[in-house]
Design a protein around this ligand. Structure first.
Ligand code: B12
Ligand code: SF4
Ligand code: SF4
Length: 329
């Protein structure tokens, strides 16, 4: 792992950082707005086309990563929506959708009502529901990030989990279409129209961590997201607040371990919400040079299988004690 006190971006990487990404992301803006198309969108939609190419090339040099990412970007055609609609209650359809996704490769499933704030500027999503899928990493592989030419374990597992998300989201979208309802898959390796973390929070897949990724009670930060939007009548699942945000208030592990020091220790105002924020300009050079980095999600204590149950128990105890004594969290 690189030493945060010694990491300096290569001049050729810095030269590709055409402009700061933080104003594009709305850092410091007090009004809510839709996110602007950003990294992993087509290069004509943002100023980082060459940097994106460099980041991709650095991943593909790692053993096994090319094959994993080819699978992640390979998907079947969407089947036509069946002419006749099967009728059932929203509760029945929600339970069928969840069971179907779990029989595919989804490790977690949640449902949220669509919100225009989940959709990147310049895109549109008409479907009123979003089904969010979680795909768990193999922790032993994930903890080998960052990857390089000699060890591709970390980035290859990222590609593998994206491939599972692609298969699961397309299979689910096609099943819904076979029932006579509109459905589209948003598998995750590229950005596309749908910002995945906010609907995943609403759907109960976890809480936003200081490192800018979600923390889930079963997988910690070691999981990927994919989405399916649909007009099939569904019921929303509830958010899951188990103490991750509260724990982040005092933990500093990701802030300390991030080699370029990109993770801010305090919440900041971003597009009208005070929340954890990662400095894009500091993260992206390291990310691009080291085949997708990922140190922040690997070192998070919630991601460590032996530690996670203890943290869950400690946060539940704290919640109980605070509610008994009447003091707020
Ligand atoms: C572009 C992108 C990146 C860019 C830029 C990210 C950035 N924040 O600037 C780069 C390449 C740097 C990147 C890096 C990483 N990414 Co990324 N990234 C994306 C992508 C494709 C789009 C997100 C985006 O445009 N962000 C830019 C703006 C919108 O960021 P922002 O305003 O700061 O919002 C961030 C969060 O705060 C949250 N968010 C947004 N709005 C709101 C609103 C509220 C109310 C809340 C609470 C949160 C919230 O979502 C955003 C995630 O970037 C998503 C997939 C998707 N379609 O959503 C994956 C995604 C967010 N990335 C992911 C991951 C894991 C990573 C890395 C750890 C890399 C890795 N090896 O895995 C690092 C983490 C570092 C970081 N900076 O966050 C996962 C997160 C999974 C999880 N457990 O939560 C996603 C969902 C991919 C996936 N399909 O699983 N990423
Ligand atoms: S992905 Fe970015 S924020 Fe996370 S540890 Fe690496 S450089 Fe830091
Ligand atoms: S490492 Fe600590 S501060 Fe960072 S996201 Fe995980 S729990 Fe929160």
């Amino acid at each position: 792992m690189a030493d945060s006190r010694r990491y300096q971006p290569k001049p050729e990487t810095l030269a590709l950082l055409a402009e700061s990404g933080n104003p594009i992301n709305g850092l410091g803006e007090a009004e809510p707005r839709r996110p602007s198309p950003f990294f992993w969108h087509p290069p004509d939609k943002h100023p980082y086309g060459e940097l994106q190419k460099a980041a991709r090339q650095s991943s593909r040099r790692c053993p096994g990563a090319t094959e994993a990412f080819v699978a992640a970007y390979t998907h079947p055609e969407l089947v036509p929506v069946a002419a006749s609609r099967r009728e059932a209650s929203a509760r029945q359809f929600s339970s069928e959708v969840t069971a179907f996704a779990q029989q595919q490769e989804a490790d977690a499933v949640g449902i949220a009502a669509m919100d225009p704030l989940y959709v990147f500027e310049g895109y549109s999503i008409e479907e009123p529901w979003v089904i969010v899928l979680g795909l768990a990493h193999d922790y032993e592989q994930l903890k080998q990030v960052p990857s390089d030419e000699s060890n591709g374990a970390g980035v290859t597992d990222i590609g593998r989990q994206y491939a599972r998300g692609t298969r699961a989201s397309y299979a689910l979208a096609n099943w819904i279409r076979s029932q006579g309802y509109q459905a589209r898959a948003f598998p995750g390796p590229s950005a596309d129209a749908l910002l995945l973390i906010p609907p995943a929070i609403a759907a109960g897949l976890g809480e936003l961590g200081k490192h800018g990724s979600l923390i889930n009670r079963q997988f910690g930060s070691g999981f990927r997201l994919a989405g399916v939007t649909t007009d099939m009548p569904l019921e929303a699942t509830a958010p899951d607040i188990f103490g991750a945000d509260a724990f982040c208030q005092t933990c500093q592990i990701c802030t300390r371990e991030c080699p370029p020091g990109a993770i801010a220790p305090e919440k900041q105002m971003v597009r009208g919400v005070k929340r954890w924020y990662v400095d894009f300009d500091k993260c992206i050079p390291y990310f691009a040079e080291t085949a997708s980095c990922g140190i922040c999600i690997a070192v998070c204590p919630w991601t460590r299988p032996q530690v996670r149950p203890k943290l869950l128990a400690a946060m539940a105890r704290r919640e109980r004690d605070e509610s008994e004594s009447g003091s707020p969290r």
